[in-house]
Design a protein around this ligand. Structure first.
Ligand code: ZN
Length: 148
């Protein structure tokens, strides 16, 4: 018996987002651009936040740290978070180095055409009438694993 995919809200949101990205970026080129932009925006934002906090720590005024952190945050929590953030940034940098190799590749139009074809099969338009009908049927199924 094939295992049912998890139906918890997090997974459902993930499936939806996954399908949207396949549908809206159905070529190798578009996937390359999308993922590169996603990685860079993540790096830019996380790096900037870290930089701002490090600047404040450099000044070493506890008051200013507490000002910007949430009310319950202690200095230890903040330190731990900044260490986590440093690790994230280091990982993002490593990923970027690996991704560069993937993103140098260009493929002929016949391959891009196959990408488009399979994207349409993997993630059909959710507003397509057949798909809507199927979704309604699925939601009426009484024994979904996460039903509460
Ligand atoms: Zn789940």
């Amino acid at each position: 018996m094939p295992e049912e995919p998890c139906q918890c809200p997090d997974c459902l949101r993930f499936y939806k987002e996954h399908d949207r990205l396949v549908r809206e970026c159905p070529t190798l080129r578009q996937q390359q651009e999308l993922n590169w932009a996603a990685l860079q925006s993540f790096r830019t934002l996380a790096g900037k936040v870290l930089e701002e906090f490090q600047k404040q720590n450099g000044v070493k005024s506890n008051e200013s740290i507490y000002e910007v952190s949430s009310v319950n945050s202690t200095e230890d929590d903040l330190q731990e978070a900044l260490t986590d953030l440093e690790n994230i940034n280091a990982h993002l940098f490593s990923i970027e180095v690996l991704m560069e190799k993937i993103f140098d590749v260009r493929v002929p139009e016949v391959v891009e055409e196959k990408f488009r074809e399979l994207a349409g099969e993997l993630a059909p338009d959710p507003l397509n009438p057949d798909r809507l009908r199927l979704n309604r049927l699925l939601h009426q199924t009484p024994d979904l694993p996460d039903k509460s």
